[in-house]
Design a protein around this ligand. Sequence first.
Ligand code: CP
Length: 304
Amino acid sequence: MRHLIDILDLSTEEIDELIQKACDIIAHPDAYSEKCHGKKIATLFYEPSTRTRLSFEAAMMELGGKALGFSSASNSSASKGETVADTARIVSNYADIIAMRHPKEGAPMVASMYAKVPVINAGDGGHNHPTQTLTDLLTIYREKGRLDHLTIGFCGDLKFGRTVHSLILALARYTDIRIVLISPDELKLPDYIIQDTLIAKNISYVETADLEEYLPELDVLYMTRVQQERFFNEADYIRLKDSYILTRDKLATAKSDLSILHPLPRVNEIAVDVDDDPRACYFTQAGNGKYIRMALILKLLEVE
Ligand code: CP
């Protein structure tokens, strides 16, 4: 039985296979409409979500299966003190696969130790969000036709942005990747990712606070929201939340084939006047999330 807790649980070959499978699902959705007939996914979300939870549920339904679950800790027995371990044991009786989001880093890993069915990490605290990374990789692949020979800028909250952490781990496996880390000093990428991934794998990277200086060099710009819920101090959040606001005017110097991604939800960091720019990919990206999760469910349930 396989779980997906960290993007590195998948080999590069497996990631590439998932991307190809998602592309096939997009091209031939009818061929997949009964693949999971009789199967159920449980979405156990202890933290708010729109895209991840609903796309997991839509993914299982489009495969012919069903979905059940809860969307906040307060309407589950976690509010009475039930542990993640006990919840995982119990829900294994009701569903064939579990997708879990939790504010505590490592909670989905704990669930995977006690569940009798595959567990997918749907985001754990400020740590990892591997299915968002699969979504991002599918989007980059569909936009660019490749996952190598790319200069990718990450902009905003690189400290708490779990989607950034997972995507950098994945991209570091591809050839000729150059990474530009754009953030205020207080929201820089954690040092353990710089040391263990970028330096250890000899990835070319630069840290800067200046988006406009590096914008003309980028093939992909990955904007992120400042993660209010991870701040201990409201005043710090208020000071930092509008550090970067991408507008249509600022894009004048960017490449004509730049791809702008954002895991969403956005707050202020991308002005709505960018939405109509052909380089804006973030709504397509959210749509891709359903297809890659369909491919992942098929893989973890070992459905041919
Ligand atoms: N990208 C993402 O995780 O969105 P949600 O929080 O809405 O699931």
